[in-house]
Design a protein around this ligand. Structure first.
Ligand code: GTP
Ligand code: MG
Length: 149
């Protein structure tokens, strides 16, 4: 089944938005399969954002992501990657729609509180990067029959 890597960035943790952000995915009906608070080492941040290596903001981005603990999450569900990106909203929070996480809770691209994988392939890649095998759970939520016919 499709999986996405969602991460509350250090600003989201520092601002006390962890519960609010987890809630949005939980209430939507996706399934949580991994969750941890984690201080990200520089090498991992660089690997995670390696596609942005040549961007002028890359050093600032690495500094931001490693500046404090993040909350790492793996979420599962049919269509979860694209749906999570919609719940998160545009990269620039000033352009993100009200009702989205960034649209409701942030004001600047460099402090946009949450990450979401941009493709199913990157979802797999990022979950493998941020979680060890024993940290992920296989389980059946009690509400499953009430979410899908
Ligand atoms: P992620 O879910 O974090 O991957 O964001 P995204 O997919 O909406 O955007 P993208 O992958 O293009 O950029 C990754 C992250 O780099 C963004 O979420 C921002 O935190 C940061 N970023 C992107 N563009 C800029 C920029 O122009 N300036 C700064 N300071 N940060 C940027
Ligand atoms: Mg991205």
């Amino acid at each position: 089944v499709e999986e996405t890597y969602i991460m509350v960035k250090p600003d989201g943790v520092q601002r006390g938005l962890v519960g609010e952000i987890i809630s949005r995915f939980e209430r939507k009906g996706f399934k949580l399969s991994g969750l941890k608070l984690f201080q990200c080492p520089r090498e991992l941040a660089e690997e995670h954002y390696k596609d942005l290596q040549s961007k002028p903001f890359f050093p600032k981005l690495i500094e931001y992501i490693t500046s404090g603990p993040v909350v790492c999450m793996a979420w599962e569900g049919v269509g979860v990657v694209a749906s999570a990106r919609k719940l998160i909203g545009s990269t620039n929070p000033l352009q993100a729609e009200p009702g989205t996480i960034r649209g409701d809770l942030a004001v600047q691209t460099g402090r946009n509180v949450v990450h979401g994988s941009d493709s199913p392939e990157n979802g797999q890649r990022e979950i493998a990067l941020w979680f060890k095998e024993g940290e992920l759970c296989q389980w059946t939520p009690a509400q499953a029959p009430w979410l899908r016919e």
